[in-house]
Design a protein around this ligand. Structure first.
Ligand code: RET
Length: 239
């Protein structure tokens, strides 16, 4: 195919390295869980599933699975789109939000709403990503962003108030994690706009950008959340 943008050996290497990082992080989170009593490991389990899912996703992508050649905007332009990412995000972003909401003490009904909006965001984003190079993709992108705004509002305002309602210590811990999460998450649609959206960066640059974001938003996030929560008694949840 003429004008096809796809990853090279360098991109493949990035995918394999990220797979290893996610697998090692999963193992560490699993080992950390044994430091807690069996009924107080919910954060560890949720966080383990986040990096473990990412590890599987990166394993597939590095092996050349989970991608499709999609017509990109412009004449004779095609791009290798990794739809496997969206399947990963469909599972991991709800779990990341669950981690945040449980830390803040958000009521179950509101957690469900925030997660539904998040699922709407990922599914419309997937449809935008595999759209055949038409303007429809920007319509879907806009809808996805509207869902995203609801998620951000829940994270930065609603859940923050709930967390500060519990105690100042929980509030401050939550706020740090929520702001960190929001800043990283906002970078995803930005990368998307340059990659799937306008086909203006190479496949390797796209892989690297998402890899850095994924490691920060899942592995670093997870380590921070688990260490911090172990030290703040009020955030502990007994099953
Ligand atoms: C898309 C494109 C459409 C518009 C928007 C998007 C947002 C994606 C986000 C992804 C977050 C992923 C994470 C992964 C794992 O760590 C789908 C890119 C708004 C916010 C945190």
């Amino acid at each position: 195919l003429d004008g096809l943008v796809r990853i090279t050996e360098a991109g493949k290497r990035t995918l394999w390295i990220t797979f290893v990082v996610m697998a090692v992080a999963s193992l560490i989170f699993l080992l950390m869980s044994f430091r807690q009593p069996a009924k107080a490991r919910i954060f560890h389990h949720v966080t383990f599933f986040i990096t473990a899912t990412a590890a599987v996703s990166y394993y597939c992508m590095a092996s050349g699975m989970g991608n499709a050649i999609i017509k990109a905007p412009g004449n004779h332009a095609f791009r290798e789109v990794y739809y496997a990412r969206y399947l990963d995000w469909l599972i991991t972003t709800p779990l990341l939000l669950l981690d945040c909401c449980l830390l803040a003490g958000v009521p179950a009904a509101e957690i469900v709403l925030i997660i539904l909006a998040d699922i709407g965001m990922i599914l419309t984003g997937l449809l935008a990503g595999v759209d055949d190079g038409r303007t429809t993709r920007w319509g879907l992108f806009t809808i996805s962003c509207l869902f995203f705004l609801y998620v951000l509002w829940g994270l930065l305002f609603s859940a923050r108030n709930t967390a500060f309602g519990k105690s100042d210590r929980v509030g401050k811990l939550y706020l740090g994690i929520a702001v960190y999460t929001a800043v990283l998450w906002i970078a995803y649609p930005v990368v998307w706009a340059f990659a799937e959206g306008t086909n203006s960066i190479t496949g390797d640059t796209e892989v690297l950008a998402y890899a850095i974001l994924d490691i920060a938003a899942k592995a670093v996030f997870g380590g921070w959340l688990l260490l911090a929560h172990e030290n703040v008694e009020e955030t502990k949840i007994q099953l």
